[in-house]
Design a protein around this ligand. Structure first.
Ligand SMILES: [Zn+2]
Ligand SMILES: [Zn+2]
Length: 135
């Protein structure tokens, strides 16, 4: 993952889950089928190293396969996290961040699975797969 100097706190809608994250990477938009189902549209998420985030409260984790899981608030249902157990970083949904000023975006992934009812702006980076951001 790429790092930045962006720091933010975050919270779910009801406030039961909060976090403090440092060196948060730019936002990716994931249009894969799983993210579309889990978020209701598509996923907008940044990444943070596991040792740069402190979570308060107990998110509920839902495994979509043996390694990948989504984390959400068990009380209000806010979709907050995604992680692959093999990675030393995790994803943070942009919607739960308190501070997005200055945070940039990187592009769109898994675009072949996107919904038919919206278009991705032609000038934004698109990929069929996940691409590790260039450092
Ligand atoms: Zn909540
Ligand atoms: Zn996805």
């Amino acid at each position: 993952m790429s790092e930045s100097d962006h720091n933010t706190t975050g919270a779910c809608a009801c406030g039961a889950i909060t976090y403090k994250a440092e060196q948060v990477a730019p936002v990716w938009y994931c249009h894969c089928q799983q993210c579309r189902r889990m978020t209701g549209h598509f996923m907008a998420a940044s990444q943070v190293a596991l040792d740069k985030i402190e979570i308060t409260g107990e998110p509920k984790w839902y495994y979509v396969n043996q390694r990948s899981r989504y984390g959400f608030c068990p009380d209000c249902g806010s979709q907050m996290f995604w992680r692959n157990d093999e990675n030393n970083y995790m994803s943070l949904t942009a919607g739960c961040m308190d501070n997005t000023a200055g945070l940039s975006d990187r592009g769109h992934i898994f675009v072949s699975e996107k919904g038919d009812y919206y278009d991705i702006p032609a000038d934004q980076m698109q990929s069929e797969y996940w691409e590790e951001p260039a450092e």
